[in-house]
Design a binder for this molecule. Structure first.
Ligand SMILES: [Zn+2]
Length: 116
């Protein structure tokens, strides 16, 4: 539990869930506040994925990052889905970048001519 952001009172009662986050109601001033899921930081996820790609199992990764192996499993699955998205997007992105590149190239050429 987190102290009230308004009065720093440390006692609060659960007051429902908002957008997947636990909402708390301060017992002192009655202020409602939510706290970010005390789940993983981006850094933790990144480390978990690195370890996973090195061939470590979910449990050892979980142990070394002090998270549950279920969380590790979910992150790698999340990552796998993103990887698929990236793969299917690759072709389109390459074309876009190429166009951008030749556009920038042309513009630079014109600028160079202006200088002459
Ligand atoms: Zn309060």
């Amino acid at each position: 539990m987190f102290p009230c952001p308004k009065c720093s009172h440390a006692v609060a009662t659960k007051s429902g869930i908002v957008k997947g986050r636990q909402r708390w109601k301060c017992k002192d001033c009655g202020y409602n506040y939510t706290v970010a899921n005390r789940g993983a930081s981006k850094e933790q996820k990144r480390q978990a994925l690195e370890l996973y790609l090195e061939g470590l199992g979910f449990r050892p990764i979980g142990r070394s990052l002090k998270v549950s192996h279920v969380a590790v499993y979910n992150w790698t699955r999340e990552f796998g889905e993103k990887l698929d998205e990236i793969k299917s997007d690759t072709e389109i992105k390459v074309v876009e970048i190429d166009e951008m590149h030749s556009y920038v190239g042309q513009k630079k050429l014109l600028l160079d001519l202006d200088y002459c």
